[in-house]
Structures are given as C-alpha cells and as structure tokens.
Write a protein that binds this ligand. Sequence first.
Ligand SMILES: [Zn+2]
Length: 442
Amino acid sequence: MRIKIIGGIIITLDYDNMVLYNHDVIINDEIIESIVPTGRPSGDFDTTIDASGKVVMPGYINAHMHFYSTMVRGLGKAKPADDFIGVLENLWWRLDKKLTLEDVYLSTQVMLLEAIKKGCTTFIDHHASPYAVSGSLDEIEKAFKNTGLRGCLCYELSDRDGDKIAAEGLRENARFIRKCAGNQSQMMSALFGLHASFTLSDKSLDEAVRLSSEFDAGFHVHVAEAESDQITTKKLTGKSVVRRLYDAGVLGKKTIAAHCIHISDEERRLLAETDTIVVHNPQSNLNNAVGIADTLALARQGILTGLGTDAMTVDMPQELRVALWAQHFNQNNPTCGFMETADLLYKNNAVIAGRVFDGLKTGILKEGFAADVILCDYFPPTPLDNSTALGHLIFGISEAVVDTTICNGRILMLNQKIQLDLDENEICERSRELSRQLWERF
Ligand SMILES: [Zn+2]
C-alpha cells in the first residue's frame, strides 16, 4: 500500500533537518519511501492524506509502561501509605495478585485504543500478574495485534510471592523471548523482566541471567525508584543496587533501568560503562513522592536516558512537560535542562526502540525508517523552523489534537476516527464489568 501525505508542516525529529515545508511524505508498505518536494512526480497512490493545518511527525514512543494498572482507575479502596513500600503493599501488590488473564488482555486493549488517539505507536511494557503468569504475555500480544501498535514485553520476575511464582516468571520470560526470536517483523519483541533488586534473590537473578544469555536478551528492571531499594539491597548483599546488577551481569546496552533516582556517582559510572539504558518517569515519581532522577547528571555522563510514563498516562508530550517542570524544581533552576529533557522523548526514545526492537529504525521521518507517523492539528502562532521546533513541540503541539495515527504503514486512526474492526464501547463495557469484579476481589 502506498500512501502520500500532502500539505502539512513536516517535523522530522532529525535534529539536523528538523522542519520541512512544501514536502510530501511517501509511505510504501511499512517504510517511509521518501520525503519529496511537493509537485515532484512520485507514481500512483492507494491513499492521499491531506495534512493542511497539521504537523506531520513521528509517532511517540513510551519506554516504560505497565498496562496491567489500567483497572485501578477510580479504585478507592487502598489504605493510605506513608512511603513507596506502603504504596506497593497497600495497592499494587494486592491488585496484581487478583488479575486474571482476561483482565490482562482487556487492560492492554483499552489503553492501546487510547494510545492511538494520543499518537503513541510504540510501547515497552513491564507486566505483573502473579496468579496468572503463564500466557499473560500472549494476552498482551493479542491486544497489540488487534490494534496494530508495536510492543516490547516482559514479565516482572520477583521472589515476593514465593518460589513457585518466581519459577513461573522465569519460564514466562524465557518462553516469550524464544517466541519473539522467531518473529519476522519488528512489531513485537521481548526483554527479560525483573521487578527490582529488593524483591529478587541471588538465585532468581542468576537463573534469569543464565536464561536470557541463551537469547542475548536485555533486561527491564526497576532501579532505585525509592531509597528503600538501596537499603534492602545493601542489607541483603552488601552492595548498592547498580553494583549488584552489574556484578550479576544484568547491565548492558539492551537493558533498561527504570527510574534510577537514588543512585550514586559510582553507580552512574557503572551504567555509563555498560551503556545501560535509563528511563525516567517523572509523573509517577512525583505521585509516589520518591524524588526525581537527576537526568542532567545522567546526560553529562553520556547515559542514554529515555522517557516512560510508568502507567500514569499514554500521552507522551504531557509526560515530557512534567519532566521539564520537575527538573526545574529539582535543580531549583527555572531554565536548566531544556535540551536534555527534550532529548528524552524526541531523540533518545528512538535510539532505545532501535536497541530493544533489534535494529528498528523509528522515531524519525526519514527515508528507510518505519512508517510510524502521526498528524496533529496545529497552526503555529510564532515562527516554526529548525531553531524553534522543540519549543513548539513542548509548549504547543503537546496540547494539539492528534488527527491521524499510522503505525508500520497501517492507518489506525484517520481524522480522529479509529480505523479498526474493534468496538471501543463494547471493550470498555467489558472492562468496566471486569474492573468491578476485580475491585470486589481486591
Ligand atoms: Zn514501573
């Protein structure tokens, strides 16, 4: 299928060649075939999309997500917590135990429909459902297939629910990594999921490293989200969190360390040495009152740092705005870190996707890149060019309505209408029914 997008302002997110006027984007099947000056003959098209009054830009990437938390919206039953461990014990570790496979499937399905509307085309998810482990990643995959978005999945291995469930977590990760290794397309990939150092025994950690090495898979793990991860890890092993993961062989260029709020210079040095990915999740961190990662220090040390939402939203530009305000607040400086923060979403997430989707080229509108493209309603009220594009993205386009979403060359939403054979109302009705039952079990 060949698609031509005409009449829009193109924001390529290729920093050297950021904004193009009077150009058309030509998509051929899954790939951006070319971006050509308007009027140049370029053959026949199955569809032409008029982007007048819109910007054309790459689909967003969310580098740390938990779809399973969808059904918590409105649940008021959790006991108030004094700290992060309390939040886990009173809410998340009670909720995840009650999830069924159908809950897992529907909570993903609901959020993926929402993601299409917000222009987010790629997700790296971290999943937990301790009493429905086996096959849970297939349920998430099914929702991705239904919606046509890209997903990198894992199951969060933990010893917090006993040996049997830990063994299932090991198996589920290994099984799904093996399954994805046979994929021809780059729509679905896998990492080895680990909850966090403070809920993992050395035995489980070693077994995870052994299994993942068979497939050269990276890991996806929460790191020093709260100070308690450091305190417990030090008590158990005598090491800092990052040192422990380094010694165990978890770190590396395909491994995602989510959060990294409470880490030392020495730990940053280990992350840099191993080229490990860090993912920052400011809305969740503020909500849990655990602090804010020093993303400026991470950038200074050359650590690839991206942006995730930790399930707070699927709206990536909203998360980015909070990242900027949070960094200003954290550094007590109202003008610091603009470029480092913009890079989290507009540059680094694409590099991260390339690493965890086996060389996938996405996140830039450029010949040969994946046709992951969105159109947003936007009339720039001030000059929009290479030097101002990031300002427009953060302060203007972030608020714009997403009109059209294309992933892997497939039109998933056109003129704000979902183009899939899915009944959103029916899906949400079933989700409400299951949520009610889940809340009763909670
Ligand atoms: Zn998380």
